[in-house]
Structure formats: structure tokens, C-alpha cells
Write a protein that binds this ligand. Structure first.
Ligand SMILES: Nc1nc2c(c(=O)[nH]1)N[C@H]1C(S)=C(S)[C@@H](COP(=O)(O)OP(=O)(O)OC[C@H]3O[C@@H](n4cnc5c(=O)[nH]c(N)nc54)[C@H](O)[C@@H]3O)O[C@H]1N2
Ligand SMILES: Nc1nc2c(c(=O)[nH]1)N[C@H]1C(S)=C(S)[C@@H](COP(=O)(O)OP(=O)(O)OC[C@H]3O[C@@H](n4cnc5c(=O)[nH]c(N)nc54)[C@H](O)[C@@H]3O)O[C@H]1N2
Ligand SMILES: [Mo]
Length: 782
């Protein structure tokens, strides 16, 4: 990786890859590790990843194998990148901030900002100042407390959370917000799996997945992977899929892009994988049109019903439907009435392809459906996921081994944060428990989620924006609107490990509070502490950092939040903020009392592998829905209308990024090297626009409230269905209208952006200069 040339430039393009991992993956992550950490630290750190006595990988939320089955290095290319990035020896210290005015930093791209290294001490930006300057911890915490105390209404504060916060940090953080008197707790999940949570709570009574790693590895006969790119975003899932394949399971991938992870997998953990040809993972691949999954699943369900009609008693699980479900009559009638041309027209697949998929389903005793952002970030996302629940219920594929819905979560502890109460609308049962434990009245009125927080900030309803991690302005839609919304706040505060754009799009005053990362030793009152996390499959376990902290001044997120709690409320409220900050066991005791499923938390957290939270639908076919049954629902297929001459753009991650953290400028599997401003388009569409592969284009999104432009992209001819396009997030976020959201979940529809392309008549290299100029001018085009 050429760190000297860190600016996004003219990319080199080659054919997409059909094989994942193997030696190139290891070589790539070792390059980054050596560059960031040097050899000794690299070896020490990477060997402790995902070990029973080590730290939880801060990358994705994929579960760890049983303790007995973990490899010496439970290694994954992108996990290694995430760890190296955090454990880097580079530093962004007071001298760095003195040398670089904010205006100059804002002109840099996201890769440049983060690659300068770890933040080392608290920094303060005074009103009208041009530079951040050092501030002591006491003054920083005192300042935040003063501003919060001065609020005329606690709802003028917003507390954002990114999904890397531990259970303990999340618990004290939500406690602080609610003790202050607000439920304004937006989080990254609002932009991520909120649609899954909404659909699953309504239909099966829990907002998260119910499938375990063993279901995938050992039991499922058919694994459907829809709207997910596991080779890049959950690389360890490929190992699980390989195990499933070797015992005879079948895999169907549904995706507008033929991602490398569906092809030949060369497992870096086995000689077979490294030296042999590897294992082909997906048996079939359905190139669905972007946003066409609702129609596709409605079609499969219709086909299953037709097969049952042709041979009654052979296709549906009638006993399961009769005993455990309701709504079947209405849902099946609606599906039977659907028109095939409507279905095939929407999803872009033929009736034969859909019938063939239905045949595979009927031939499989148990089916798991895994999905991620390809489903959740559309306007019809909740309806699509509800239709997938219909699909599973039809054949009783919930509540038995190898079957069920499996939303694959993103951030390593995003699921745990929700369990701990990070949600703007926690149910009364949780708030009652909080009240009983701490003796104050938590607010009951729902707070703002991410999109509503941005609207409130834009409209001048927020004075203090506080973020526990994340990169709010880069991760959220409508970059220009969000940046202006942040500037509208009186105070913006970021608890962070690395410098990012959100620290530079600040309120009138701003603070950066540098914290420990997962990899680092956390000692409080002379005693080494650990924290806990919950993975995508409801396993809760301990995580212990091993490295010396990046600077002596770093504090844990828990210490920062509990110090703020003490500064706000002192000892008078009896909550004992200081005691929680001094000994995390105190926090775990409170969690045990407040959150269901956490009995004997302390003991169970440290047992090898941790413990599993109860999953009613899977364990006992218990469905805590409005009717106490699993619910079939009616979801008429609809999709975003795309006018002639326009495409539907989805925004994706490259192989070299973690959300807004850009490790490098390559996307190896998709054949892109050295640049991120690319837009992937079907060849026929390019020709229809009079464009050729390699042309420089602007991307213009069109919405009811007007047009938005992202400048200077390179058009790349790519095997995606006609009418579809893809570009990288966060560069493309400027195109996503704030008001374009999923129904019910309010998740930004960042994978359903209606766009057109405009040739700029220049090479994309010339565009780089223009783009930098645009960023300097703060037009939000960057
Ligand atoms: N290395 C790495 N790991 C990560 C992350 C990271 O950025 N880097 N991010 C983490 C986070 S927070 C999350 S949420 C997850 C995200 O994991 P993913 O959801 O895999 O991430 P995306 O890159 O958004 O990929 C979306 C996939 O859905 C497909 N897709 C897009 N639109 C549609 C559609 O309409 N229908 C179908 N069927 N498919 C569609 C895209 O082609 C792509 O393959 O990964 C987590 N893990
Ligand atoms: N267009 C588009 N937009 C999207 C998406 C998309 O697919 N397309 N995906 C959405 C999704 S799924 C998500 S989850 C969000 C992600 O949104 P966020 O969670 O807000 O963003 P991240 O990029 O994960 O945050 C990176 C920053 O977190 C900080 N950080 C890293 N580790 C730690 C830590 O241990 N503690 C603290 N306090 N800070 C830390 C670093 O300073 C780093 O700069 O983005 C969403 N936005
Ligand atoms: Mo996410």
C-alpha cells in the first residue's frame, strides 16, 4: 500500500475476481500490519485476536467458533486490517493540530485523515478558533457538563453511538442520557439493521436473528445469502460456508453484483485452501436487480404455494402453520393473486430462475436466510424482510436446527449496544427496570433516531451533539445537509480513536476526547478491566485488550462517560458513577438486574466462549408478537420508480474500508486499484448513455426536493443487471436525500438512489483537481 501517495486518484481497473482470500489476502493484510505496527507488535497483536483470553476483533460481528476449534491465529484479512489500523504506531498529537488549521484538514479525504494515526490527548476548539488546542481532561469534562446543565430542555441534546462501544460503555451511556432526561439515542443501527429489527420484531417477536453458527456450519441444508458481500465484510463467514459446503449444504447467492466471495474460496487456515484450488461456495447465483428482492421473494413464495396446490401436503409445513402462525390465509391469497409479469419485471429474473430456486427450497429440509445491507437500505426494506419471514414460515423454517432468519450484523458490538438500551424507543419494560434499579424516572417519550436527529439539528433544535465513536457526518446521508446541521449545534463532542471528518464539521465549540481501543489494556484503580460484547448470533463474551495504550492520556469510553455522569450529578443521585468507572463489575451487576438474560453475568462472561442469550423463536418456538404467534404478512411488491435515462444506484463498501474508515484505495475483488471514485454500470446502459468504460462522469441524483451532484467519477463497465449502478460509500452519500428512507424503520435508502450520469468531457485525473477544489470550498461534493 503506497502510503506516501494517500490521495484518491485515477484508479486502475481490471476484471473482477472469482476467487477469494488465499495468499493475496494474507499478503495484503500483512502489508498494512507491518506498515502500521512493525513486525513485533504485528505478531503480538494479531495472535491475540478472537482468542479466549484476548480481545474481540473490532471489525465485524461474525461469531467466534467454539473455543476448542479456534486456530492459533483466528485470522481474517479484514479483521487484521481493522486491528492494525487501531494498533498503529502513528500519532495525531497536539503538534499535528497546531500545524494544521481545520480548514486545511477538511480539504483532505477520509483516508488521509485517519491514516495519520491515533489521537493522543483531549482537544478543544474554541468559538471562531482556526485550530484545535489541547485541553485537560477535567476542563473538557467540566465544559461538557456545564453546557448540558445549561440546556433549557434535555431534549436539546443528542447522544449518538457507533457499534464498537462495549456492553458496559453502552449501558452507562444510555443511563447518562436517560438520567439527563432524554431518549435521543440515535445509533449506527438506525442506518444499518433497523429494518431487520422492525420486520423481525413484528413477525417473530425478536428484533434480531435466531440462528447460530452451528446452524450454518452443521445443520442447514440450504443457505441463502441475499444482499450481503461476505468475502469483504464478514470474511470469517466464508470459513463457515466452506464447512457447510463440505458436508453437502447448498448455497444460493442473490445479489446484483457477482461478488468474489460467492466463487472459489481458498481458506487461509488450511493447506487445502492455500495450495489447492479451494471450494466453490455458491451453487447458484441470482443476479437480482437492485431493490428487486421483494418481488423475487414474493415470486418464490407464490411458486411454493403453486407446488403445494399441485401436490397437497408435500410442500408447506401445515402443522407448523396451524399451530404457531397467523395471517396465512390473507398472505397466501395475496401471493396467489400476484401477476408473474409484474414479479419478473421488477426483479429482473425469469420465471424459470425463480421456479428453479423454489425447487431447491423444496429439496432442502432446512433453510437459513442470511442478509445484510443489500436488503435493509431500501424504501421497501421492512416489507422485503417480512416477505422473507413468510418464505421461512411457509416450510416451518423457524425454530429448528439449521433454519431461520439470520441478519448478519455489522459493527462488532452493534447488537449488544441495542441489548444494553441504545435505542431511541426502548420498550417500557426496559425503562421500568432501569427505574427500579436506579430510582429515577426515565423519560418515556421516544427520542430521535439518526435521520430525525439530523432534521432536528438542521432546524436548530439541538444544542449539544455528543458521539460515542463513529463518524456521523460521513456515515449519514445528504452530506451537505448533515454538515450544515452539525454546524448549527452549540457544542459537538466526539469520543474517538482516530481523527475523522465529523471532528472537522463542528459546532460553535467542539471537543475531541481520545479513548482506548479494543486492543488496549484498560486499567482502572490499579486493576485490569475487561469488557463484554455480543456477536451477531447472541453470544456474549469478555474482551480484554493486551497492548499498552496509544498514549498515557487515553481514557476508556466507560471512564469518560462515568466521569461526565459524576460531573453532572455528583454523588447525590445515588447512581454511583465513580464506582462504576472504577470497577466494571459494578456495571455488570446493574446490567444483570436490568437486562433479561444476564443472570450470573460476571461468571458466565469469562467462561470460555461466553454464553448465549435466550432466543425464544429458535429455542421453543415462542413468538412474543402482538398475537403471540409468528405472523404471515401481506407485502405487495413495489419498487422505486426509475425514469427513462436513469439508473438505480446502490452504495457499497470496497474491500479496503471499514465503513467511513478507508484503509487503502484498492478494491481487489472488484478489480479496482488506486482510486475510489468509480461508478459500476452495465455495458448496455453505458452505451445507451453514449458513454464508454473509463469516461469521466458526474453522478446526479434526482429526488422530489431537487438534484444532488457528486463530481468526477470514472465509469466502469461491470456485470450488474441493466438499470443498476454501484458506487462507494461514503463518497456517494452526498447523493442520498435525507428524506429518502425505508418505510417504518426510517433507515436511509442508501441502496436505492435514482441517478443519471453526465459526461464531464475530461479525464477523471483532471477531475481529481476539481474535486479537491470543491472540497476546499466546502460544497460537500467530496
Ligand atoms: N471489512 C469490512 N467489514 C465490515 C464493514 C466494512 O465496511 N468493512 N462494515 C460492517 C458493517 S457496519 C456492516 S452493516 C456490514 C455490511 O455488510 P454488507 O451488507 O455486505 O455491506 P455492503 O458493502 O453495503 O454490501 C451490500 C451487498 O448487498 C448487495 N446489494 C445492494 N443492493 C442490493 C439489492 O437491492 N438486493 C440484493 N439482493 N443485494 C443488494 C451489494 O451488491 C453488496 O454485495 O459489514 C460489516 N463488516
Ligand atoms: N451510503 C451509505 N451510507 C451508509 C452505509 C451504506 O452502506 N451506504 N452504511 C451504514 C452503516 S451499515 C453503518 S453501521 C454506518 C456506520 O457509521 P459509524 O459507526 O458512525 O461510522 P464508522 O465509519 O464505523 O466510524 C469510524 C470512526 O469510529 C471511531 N472509532 C473507531 N474505533 C473506536 C472505538 O473503539 N471507540 C470510539 N469511541 N471510537 C472509535 C474512529 O474515530 C473512526 O473514525 O454507516 C452507514 N452509512
Ligand atoms: Mo452497519
Amino acid at each position: 500500500m503506497a502510503h506516501e501517495d494517500t490521495h484518491d486518484g485515477e484508479p486502475e481497473v481490471s476484471a473482477p475476481k472469482k476467487t477469494s482470500v488465499g495468499f493475496p489476502g494474507i499478503a495484503q493484510s500483512m502489508r498494512i500490519a507491518l506498515d502500521e505496527m512493525g513486525p513485533v507488535r504485528s505478531a503480538r497483536t494479531l495472535l491475540k485476536m478472537n482468542h479466549v483470553d484476548g480481545f474481540d476483533c473490532p471489525s465485524c460481528a461474525w461469531p467466534d467458533p467454539d473455543p476448542e476449534h479456534r486456530k492459533t491465529a483466528e485470522f481474517c484479512e479484514n479483521g487484521a486490517k481493522a486491528v492494525s489500523w487501531e494498533a498503529t504506531r502513528k500519532r495525531v498529537d497536539a503538534a499535528f493540530f497546531a500545524a494544521h488549521p481545520i480548514a486545511e484538514l477538511r480539504a483532505q479525504d477520509d483516508h488521509w485523515l485517519e491514516h495519520h494515526g491515533r489521537l493522543t490527548e483531549p482537544m478543544y476548539l474554541a468559538p471562531d478558533a482556526t485550530h484545535y488546542a489541547p485541553i485537560s481532561w477535567d476542563d473538557a469534562i467540566g465544559l461538557v457538563a456545564d453546557r448540558l446543565k445549561a440546556l433549557p430542555d434535555p431534549n436539546r441534546a443528542v447522544f449518538y453511538t457507533s457499534g464498537r462501544a462495549s456492553n458496559e460503555a453502552a449501558f452507562v451511556y444510555q443511563l447518562l442520557a436517560r438520567r439527563l432526561g432524554t431518549n435521543n439515542l440515535p445509533d449506527c443501527s438506525n442506518m444499518c439493521h433497523e429494518s431487520s429489527g422492525a420486520a423481525l420484531s413484528e413477525t417473530i417477536g425478536v428484533g434480531k436473528g435466531v440462528v447460530t453458527l452451528a446452524d450454518i456450519e452443521k445443520h442447514a441444508a440450504l443457505i441463502v445469502i441475499v444482499g450481503q458481500n461476505p468475502g469483504t465484510n464478514h470474511p470469517r463467514m466464508l470459513t463457515a460456508l466452506e464447512k457447510a459446503k463440505r458436508r453437502g449444504a447448498r448455497i444460493v447467492a442473490i445479489n446484483p453484483l457477482p461478488e468474489a466471495g460467492f466463487g472459489r474460496f481458498r481458506n487461509p487456515q488450511t493447506p487445502r485452501g492455500l495450495l489447492g484450488r479451494g471450494t466453490v461456495l455458491a451453487d447458484s447465483y441470482l443476479p437480482v436487480r437492485v431493490n428487486g428482492d421483494l418481488a423475487l421473494f414474493a415470486g418464490v413464495n407464490k411458486a411454493l404455494l403453486a407446488r403445494e396446490d399441485a401436490a397437497p401436503g408435500t410442500v408447506l409445513d401445515q402443522d407448523f402453520i396451524a399451530t404457531y402462525c397467523d395471517g396465512f390465509a390473507e398472505a397466501s391469497a395475496a401471493l396467489r393473486a400476484l401477476d408473474w409479469t409484474e414479479i419478473t419485471g421488477q426483479c429482473g429474473l425469469s420465471r424459470e430462475q425463480i421456479e428453479e430456486f423454489a425447487a431447491q427450497v423444496v429439496a432442502s429440509d432446512s433453510v437459513v436466510v442470511c442478509w445484510a445491507m443489500g436488503l435493509t437500505q431500501h424504501r421497501n426494506a421492512v416489507a422485503t424482510i417480512r416477505e422473507i419471514v413468510n418464505f421461512l414460515l411457509l416450510r416451518g423454517n423457524v425454530g429448528r436446527p439449521g433454519a431461520g432468519p439470520s441478519p448478519i450484523r455489522g459493527h462488532s458490538n452493534v447488537q449488544g449496544d441495542r441489548t444494553m438500551g441504545i435505542w431511541e424507543k426502548m420498550p417500557d419494560s426496559f425503562l421500568d427496570a432501569l427505574q427500579a434499579e436506579f430510582g429515577f424516572d426515565p423519560p418515556r417519550e421516544h427520542g430521535w433516531d439518526t435521520v430525525d436527529s439530523i432534521r432536528a439539528m438542521r432546524d436548530g433544535k439541538v444544542d449539544v451533539f455528543f458521539a460515542l465513536g463513529g463518524n456521523f457526518v460521513a456515515a449519514t446521508p445528504d452530506t451537505a445537509v448533515t454538515e450544515a446541521a452539525m454546524a448549527n449545534c452549540a457544542l459537538t463532542v466526539h469520543v474517538a480513536t482516530k481523527l475523522n471528518r465529523s471532528h472537522l464539521c463542528h459546532g460553535r465549540e467542539a471537543l475531541i476526547l481520545p479513548c482506548l481501543g479494543r486492543t488496549e489494556r484498560d486499567v482502572r484503580a490499579g486493576v485490569e478491566q475487561f469488557v463484554t460484547v455480543e456477536d451477531s448470533m447472541s453470544m456474549v463474551h469478555a474482551s480484554r485488550g493486551r497492548l499498552l495504550p496509544g498514549s498515557d492520556a487515553l481514557r476508556s469510553e466507560i471512564a469518560i462517560v462515568t466521569d461526565l455522569g459524576h460531573a453532572l450529578f455528583g454523588d447525590s443521585d445515588g447512581i454511583g458513577w465513580r464506582a462504576m468507572g472504577a470497577d466494571y463489575r459494578v456495571i455488570r451487576k446493574h446490567i444483570e438486574h436490568v437486562v433479561p438474560g444476564f443472570h450470573a453475568f460476571e461468571e458466565r462472561a469469562v467462561q470460555p466462549g461466553g454464553f448465549m442469550l435466550p432466543r425464544g423463536p429458535h429455542d421453543s418456538r415462542t413468538f412474543k408478537t402482538a398475537t403471540g404467534k409468528a405472523r404471515f404478512t401481506v407485502n405487495p411488491p413495489t419498487m422505486v420508480q426509475v425514469p427513462d435515462g436513469h439508473l438505480l444506484l446502490q452504495t457499497v463498501r470496497s474491500h479496503d474500508q471499514f465503513n467511513t474508515t478507508v484503509y487503502g484505495l484498492d478494491d481487489r475483488y472488484r478489480g479496482i486499484k488506486g482510486g475510489r471514485r468509480v461508478v459500476f454500470v452495465n455495458g448496455a446502459d453505458l452505451r445507451a448513455f453514449g458513454l464508454r468504460d473509463g469516461d469521466a462522469v458526474d453522478i446526479i441524483s434526482v429526488a422530489d426536493d431537487g438534484e444532488r451532484r457528486a463530481k468526477s467519477f470514472r465509469a466502469v463497465q461491470y456485470p450488474t443487471p441493466p438499470g443498476c449502478a454501484a458506487a462507494y460509500f461514503p463518497e456517494a452519500n452526498v447523493l442520498v436525500p435525507l428524506d429518502s428512507v425505508a418505510e417504518t424503520s426510517n433507515t436511509p435508502a442508501s441502496k436505492s438512489v435514482v441517478i443519471r450520469l453526465e459526461a464531464t468531457g475530461q479525464t477523471s485525473a483532471a477531475g481529481t483537481a476539481e474535486r479537491n477544489a470543491a472540497r476546499m470550498a466546502g460544497t460537500g461534493a467530496g
